[in-house]
Ligand binder design. Structure first.
Ligand code: HDD
Length: 688
């Protein structure tokens, strides 16, 4: 019941519910600690007179509010973070002396942030976009930031091109749109003039760019890094995150509708999973290889547009990350977390990948701008959890200034407290590398093959996934107004695969097929396909962590409902109840059951599969509601499994699906419920 609000004269608003300071409520103060007597009315000269400049309470309140925003990230502005730990499975001391990998079972605290790249902070979660996958490990020898993506390669080879790439991808500067999408002329113009991007384009147009949940995607460190062990022996290493929940994506039409139904779909899913104790989990894998392997590998391991197929260098699983704690405060943690690729620890090193070298400047620079000065490491989410001792001092917002007179080195002071010294034996040492040559701006010839791995990726997909790549390219290019750009993109696709190019050209109704783009190197035809590159070839075969939407109406079969929800619980899956009214419905036994969503707030796109439990009368009433018809027709169109009973027929007919039932429709009246849940493990009925 809404409280009635009475006029309170000079007391301001708030009504009777509003209480003043008491034993229960501490006294409100200003930021300077001065107790506040009235938080409703500003100080004025006379009852209806002008405001007074001396009103320090009002001025401080407005001043602080005016300064609440900090610059959003220039890329990856939209993100969601959580705390957790990384657990080392076995000691990796033979490969690296990195402290976090030394002891089996050791848990290192982590903070992970997932993001989209192009959209601003308020953009929808289901944009077709690369997802950021950044993890800060608070190790005992300093913070290590593994700042990766959910795609193992990148659009460009040299950091010099990053501002151009991002300018082209973001909203055009004159019109300020489109938001959070690459479906526009500028992006495809840049891409069509940047053949090195073609491998990444294949990934970005695949289902990887529309993940069902942040929990169901892989992560990659992208670059080649180095492992160094205590003896100084070096190996190359690439990092992989494998989701324990398996991989899963949505279909494009679902993504479009999800963005309307719940723009926060991914962050809500992460929040809910942690709140329910269904902690998101990934295993960390490493591909370790020697200089000899690098020398004979088909591509340059310093080229971030290339990957090393898992079939060639297997991924060795070395630990797991569990995210088990949501942030206390979104701004303090998720917004202020400052990832820097140059945050590295002894036992790891960079390589000369020119993209990585540029990143190592850019991240520190961007954090200084975003967080207002050099002391962002004083912010708790960025502060190392190991001891720190250095002579940095002062600057904006310095929180921890050392005591005593010693603030330089070398010094002859004998005090030990805050008088740190370098340590040649345990301190960070860079890997050895011999370099010799002229100073120059040059793209190595070893980076010149732009199409072979794009082809390998495309051919490694299932037919369904290939079709999704065709649709995605046709969709994106259909938003490109300049026909020359469409043609130029297709000219590159011809260098990847003719079927791909033909499908896209047909989809666009291109009048003339262009000549293949001039290639610096011919496309190799001999690379074997790699199953690891496909999502569908690696389906998890579980419904755990997924959600069933159960549409009910008055008189729904409570026994069936209970059997269904128990079976889902046994599977580790969740469900939500949807009804014509959020107040819910009465079951066959007369019990009232609250709904989680009203039908126009709980469309089937929110769920991995659906079930409809109604009586015949209930189904007839639902048949008059457009959103109820959409509920099942969308589920059908998105190839979801649909559980139903014979009573639901009026709704099915009204949705025009009377003749469309296939094996993905399961009659719950005549099927064992456990079997239904078993079928859900396929996640989608792709045959449809
Ligand atoms: Fe970047 C943010 C990942 C290339 C410059 N990047 C940022 C984030 C991720 C990545 C996950 C968000 C971190 C967070 O959650 O706060 N970026 C990548 C990957 C790349 C890559 C995997 C290629 C392999 N980035 C890249 C280049 C440059 C940058 C080549 C510049 C030369 N990236 C930035 C940045 C950002 C950033 C401007 C914006 C906000 C931030 O750093 O903290 O510095």
């Amino acid at each position: 019941m809404a409280e009635s609000f009475k006029y309170q004269g000079n007391k301001g608003s708030g009504g009777e519910l509003h209480q003043k300071a008491s034993e229960k409520h501490p006294t409100m103060t200003t930021a300077q600690g001065c107790p506040v007597s009235d938080n409703q009315n500003s100080l004025t000269a006379a009852k209806r007179g002008p405001g007074l400049l001396e009103d320090h309470v009002l001025r401080e309140k407005l001043f602080h509010f005016d300064h609440e925003r900090i610059p959003e990230r220039v890329v990856h502005a939209r993100g969601y973070g959580a705390h957790g730990y990384f657990e080392t499975y076995e000691s990796l001391s033979q490969l690296t002396c990195a402290d976090l990998f030394q002891r089996k079972g050791e848990k290192t605290p982590v903070f992970a942030r997932f993001s989209t790249v192009a959209g601003n902070k308020g953009s929808p979660d289901l944009a077709r976009d690369v997802r950021g996958f950044a993890v800060k490990f608070y190790t005992q020898e300093g913070n290590w930031d593994l700042v990766g993506n959910n795609i193992p390669v990148f659009f460009i080879q040299d950091a010099m091109k990053f501002p151009d790439l991002i300018h082209s991808a973001k909203a055009a500067p004159d019109r300020g749109f489109p938001q959070a999408q690459t479906a526009h002329d500028n992006f495809w113009d840049f891409i069509s003039l940047t053949p090195e991007s073609m491998h990444m384009v294949m990934w970005a147009m695949s289902d990887r760019a529309i993940p069902r949940s942040l929990r169901f995607m892989e992560g990659f460190g992208v670059h080649t890094f180095k492992f160094i062990n205590a003896e100084g022996e070096e190996n190359y290493v690439k990092f992989h995150w494998k989701p324990k929940q398996g991989m899963q994506s949505v279909v494009w039409n679902e993504a479009l509708k999800l963005n309307g139904a719940d723009p926060d779909y991914h962050r809500r899913d992460m929040w809910e999973s942690i709140a329910k104790g269904d902690y998101p989990e990934w295993e960390l894998g490493v591909q370790v290889f020697s200089q000899e392997f690098a020398d004979q590998f088909e591509f340059d391991v310093l080229d971030a547009t290339k990957l090393i197929p898992e079939e060639q260098v297997p991924v060795q699983i070395v630990g797991r990350m569990v995210l088990n704690r949501a942030v206390d405060n979104f701004f303090a943690e998720t917004e202020q977390v400052a990832f820097c690729t140059q945050n590295i620890v002894p036992g790891l090193d960079f390589t000369s990948d020119p993209l990585l070298q540029g990143r190592n400047f850019s991240y520190l620079d961007t954090q200084t701008k975003r967080l207002g000065g050099p002391n962002f490491t004083h912010i708790p989410v960025n502060a190392p959890k190991c001891p720190m001792a250095h002579f940095h001092q002062d600057g904006h917002m310095a929180m921890h200034n050392p005591k005593g007179r010693i603030n330089y080195e070398p010094n002859s002071w004998q005090e030990h407290e805050h008088n740190p010294r370098e340590c040649p034996t345990t301190g960070y040492k860079s890997a050895s590398e011999h370099t010799d040559g002229d100073k120059l701006r040059y793209r190595s010839e070893t980076f010149a093959d732009h199409y072979s791995q794009a082809r390998q990726f495309y051919l490694s997909q299932t037919a369904i996934e290939q079709a999704h790549i065709h649709y995605a390219l046709v969709f994106e290019l259909s938003k490109v107004e300049h026909l020359a750009i469409r043609g130029r993109v297709v000219s590159h696709l011809l260098n990847i695969d003719t079927t791909l190019a033909n499908e896209v050209a047909d989809g666009l109704r291109l009048q003339t097929m262009p000549e293949p783009a001039q290639a610096a190197m011919p496309t190799r035809d001999d690379l074997p396909t790699s199953d690891a590159l496909s999502i569908l070839k690696n389906t998890a075969h579980t419904f755990a962590g997924r959600k069933l939407g159960i549409l009910i109406s008055d008189g729904f079969d409570l026994t069936l409902f209970k059997a269904l929800t128990t079976a889902l619980g046994n599977e580790g899956a969740r469900y939500e109840v949807i009804a014509a009214q959020v107040g819910g419905a009465k079951s066959s036994c007369g019990h009232h059951h609250q709904a989680d969503q009203v039908i126009n707030g709980g469309p089937s796109v929110l769920y991995d599969a659906v079930a409809v439990l109604t009586t015949k009368e209930g189904a007839e009433k639902l048949a008059d509601i457009a959103e109820a018809k959409d509920f099942i027709s969308d589920a059908h169109a998105h190839m979801k499994f649909i559980g139903y009973t014979e009573h639901v027929s009026p709704l099915i007919s009204a949705a025009g699906l009377g003749q469309s039932k296939d094996e993905g429709w399961i009659n719950l009246g005549s099927t064992d419920i456990a079997q239904f849940v078993e079928q859900l493990r396929q996640l989608r009925f792709w045959q449809r």
